[in-house]
Structure formats: C-alpha cells, structure tokens
Design a protein around this ligand. Structure first.
Ligand code: NPQ
Ligand code: MG
Length: 385
C-alpha cells in the first residue's frame, strides 16, 4: 500500500442479538441478551470490522442501539462515505461537530482502525502502539441471587483460571458479600464496581470497603459526577476508578486535576473510539496514573480491539476482557478467545483485529441490516432487508 489515503466505498450496519450464557446483573439492571451494532467497512478491496456497544436500554449510558443506528446512518456515515481518508483520525475529525454519541462514533471508527491496519498489513495492536503480546485479564461477576451463589460463581471462575475478580455491588449487596469473598480468597486481586448506585451519604459503606484490600472501587457515585468523587477519594486509601464519568480525554484531565480518581477504566465505546482511548492512555501515562481496559460484554469483534488497546504500556491493571465462553456459547469470531494458564489473553497477531468473523454465525444473529454504498449511484444507496 503506497497510497496513504483510501476511498471508503461501503458501510454495512447490522443489529445483532446474542444470548448470554448467564444473565448479567448490575446495581441497576439485568441483561440476558446482548444487542450491539456490527459495522463493516469496505475500501480498496479491504474489509474492516467494528462493534458499537450501545445496548437496547439506556441504563448504562444514554445511547441505545436505536440512537446509535440513527446517528451512524444519518450523520457519521454520510460524513465519510465516498471520501478519501488518510486514517481513522481523519474520519474522527470529520464528525467532531456531532456532539456526544461516543458509542456510535466508536463503532465506525473501530471498523476504520481495522481497515487501515489491514491495509498496512499490521496487527491493530502494533498500529495503535502496543508493546505486549499477552495482556492480564480478569472477570466481572454480576450481582448473584445469594451469597452462596456468589461464592460458587467466584470459585468457578478461579477454577477457569481467572486471577482477578470484579464484584458488582449495590446497596444491600456490598460490605458483607465483599468481606465474605475476601475471607474465602485472602490473596485474590479483588475490586468492586457500583455503577453509580451510591451517594456521599454512604461514606460508611466505603470506609468499610476500604479495609478489604481492594485494588480499586469503580464508579461509586453519580454517572456524570466529578466533584463528589473527589470528596469521597479524600476519605479513602483505596483508589477510586472512574468509568461512566469519563467520556473524553478532557473529562480524564478534569478528573485527575480535581482528584476525583486515581485510576481510569478506558472503554473505547464510552470515550468515542480507539483514538480517544489512546489519548486518555497517554495523558494518564504522563501523570503516572494507571489505566485498564473495561468491558461491555463485547462480541469477539469488540473484544479483539480491546485486547489490542490493552497492549499499550500504561494498561497496568487487568482488563474486563474474558474468554468467549464467559459470555457466549458461540462467539462471532474464529478462533474463539481463550484464557492462557497464566491468567492472560493473547493479543491476536494477524492483520487488523486479527480474528476471522464467522459470516454464517453473523447472519444467524442479525435482526436488522442496512448497506450504505457509493456504488449504486453517485449518491448513497440505502438498502434494508
Ligand atoms: C462496567 N461492564 O464496567 C460494565 C457494565 C456493563 C463487564 O462490568 C449492556 C449494556 C451490557 C451495558 C454489561 C462490566 C452491559 C452494559 C455491563 C454495561 O460498568
Ligand atoms: Mg464499570
């Protein structure tokens, strides 16, 4: 590939619905199926894959599969389709004037990162500046029906080889259950995630958690708060990690300046893409603040990109990146992701995201499809089935 630019000829959107192997319960909602939008881009005979992590209901973030589809189809795709692009950053700059909607942007941007990495014949990890071929991972354990079920579930994941566990907490399911898991596993790297279920009035809960030797406490307070988290962090030795509150590199800068957290969870979908993820990584690295890669129950497509991202040097804590079997009986990619004996996962080394999409499986789980193409006419052909 000598031409540094590439003409984007076609973008395909697919709304897919995959059954989870077990329901996933957080402080605010339960998921039994995972919906997402798979984005396919074509240019210069190369195909790229991306995943938009917006879900059906706006419980985690305001975006949904429906809003993301609308923003992609009516604003983001028209801004780049038929254009000569020099790289993913070029595309991202063309939709900078679209405010918000980071998950919609990230889904299309991810496909373009894969497209350009494949066009250059390099793994996405290398293209992003990754330095590791294996990354440390962990497992996120939802709220369970009983303490007994939680202890069994944790023991099962440890038997599978996971070496770091994250427990979802909510009022009434916090100090006692976390203490019980800590007693059962005194040396286990353990952390908790509240998904914004508490307020500053709950300080005693966090002071009790502070004595349980946790790696971090994730997003205890408001989903859009930076101020109260700074107050809470002052009372705790355990680092607060922000997830929902960090929607851009600017948010990361503000949070660190305010002392709202000492660790940041990076999810490409939440921050608007891999370019913004890398910018947050670089900003945190310069301030010696560790980051780690969060998870959104991605299919193998999004998970491959997360692994590539987590190979950057300042990803210093294990990611919420688990094996395919933790989420889906049959993943969308081949080979499926597996856990290594040392509690790591291997970063794919093929071009781009480095895994093959199983097209037959993809077709089985597709519930809506739309093609945006420059081929049918000078304008954009929009086909639906
Ligand atoms: C978190 N993930 O860190 C998220 C929460 C989450 C692995 O704990 C659909 C939509 C499914 C949003 C699953 C983990 C989701 C979702 C989990 C958010 O907060
Ligand atoms: Mg979280």
């Amino acid at each position: 590939m000598s031409d540094p630019s590439m003409r984007l000829e076609q973008v395909e959107l697919r709304h897919v619905r995959m059954s989870l192997v077990a329901p996933f319960e957080t402080s605010g909602w339960v998921e039994t199926d995972r919906d997402c939008i798979i984005v396919t881009v074509h240019g210069d005979g190369v195909t790229g894959w991306g995943e938009c992590v917006a879900s059906v209901e706006p419980w985690y973030a305001y975006e949904t599969t429906t809003t993301a589809w609308h923003i992609l189809a009516d604003f983001l795709i028209p801004a780049v389709l038929g254009e000569k692009l020099t790289g993913p950053a070029d595309a991202a700059s063309r939709w900078r004037r679209v405010r918000g909607h980071p998950m919609a942007k990230a889904g299309l941007e991810m496909a373009l990162w894969d497209l350009f990495a494949r066009a250059h014949g390099v793994p996405l990890a290398t293209f992003l500046g990754g330095v590791r071929d294996r990354v440390q991972v962990g497992v996120s354990v939802g709220v369970q029906p009983s303490l007994h079920a939680l202890l069994e579930t944790v023991a099962g994941y440890l038997a599978d080889g996971y070496r770091r566990v994250k427990l979802k907490i909510k009022p009434g399911w916090d100090v006692d259950v976390v203490r019980a898991v800590r007693r059962a596993h005194p040396d286990l790297p353990l952390q908790v995630d509240a998904n914004s279920a508490y307020t500053l009035d709950d300080l005693p809960v966090f002071q009790a958690l502070d004595d349980l030797d946790l790696l971090l406490i994730e997003q205890p307070l408001g989903h859009d708060d930076l101020y109260d988290h700074a107050q809470l962090q002052r009372h705790l030795r355990t680092p607060i990690c922000l997830d929902e509150s960090i929607l851009s590199p600017d948010h990361a800068r503000w949070a660190l300046a305010l002392g709202s957290c000492r660790v940041i969870n990076i999810k490409p979908g939440r921050v608007g893409g891999l370019g913004a993820s890398r910018a947050i990584h670089d900003l945190c690295q310069a301030r010696d603040v560790p980051v780690w890669c969060g998870g959104m129950l991605e299919t193998g497509i999004g998970r491959a990109a997360n692994l590539a991202l987590a190979s950057l040097p300042n990803f210093r804590l294990p990611g919420d990146i688990s094996a395919s079997a933790r989420y889906y009986a049959r993943d969308l990619v081949e080979p499926p992701f597996v856990l290594n004996d040392d509690g790591t996962m291997t970063v794919p080394q093929g071009p781009g995201i480095g895994v093959e999409v199983n097209l037959r499986r993809l077709e089985e789980v597709t519930i809506r499809r739309e093609v945006h193409s420059t081929r049918a006419s000078q304008g954009c052909f929009r086909g639906t089935r």
